[in-house]
Write a protein that binds this ligand. Sequence first.
Ligand SMILES: [Cu+2]
Length: 190
Amino acid sequence: MYRRMSVYTTLVFTLAFLLSACAGLTPADAIPAPTETPEPALTDTPELAPTETPEPEPTNTPEPEPEPTDTPEPEPTDTPKPAPEPTDTPEPEPTDTPAQEIRAEVVMRNNSFQPQEITVQVDTSVIWTNEDSFGHTVTAGTRSNPSGLFQSGNVSGGGDTFEFTFDQPGTYPYFCDYHVGMNGTVTVQQ
Ligand SMILES: [Cu+2]
């Protein structure tokens, strides 16, 4: 009898143990299952809804940005094309300036023009410099018949100058108003 009782009691204990173990396991497994399902359902719907709407907005704004970058590119290619045109026009300019810069010099010294007679090309500028310590004039024509083509007025001594450009071929006598016998001639050739 004592043995049977001990066998029964061990069986009852083991059954109770197993039941309590199973009862403890089943509620623990059942609890995580329901908690997992509601979480993804709530997180998926709010996440997708806000992410989908803001995406098309930023993609539309960057599109107009590449457009301005394309338009400035053809502009610089057009501007360098007219640049070679101005390089052709300055070429004739230097050829005109040297022609106007042809110069000849006459010195007024010791009551005389030196050289007394000079020959120059058309468009030559003749420059008279007074190296005496007193005044002279450069007057076109002859003392008895001034032509009026040029009249320097008083050219002071000590380095004052008078300039006249001869743009027509011919022989041009000139003289000093102050000093009889002080005269010269400029011959202009084509
Ligand atoms: Cu003189």
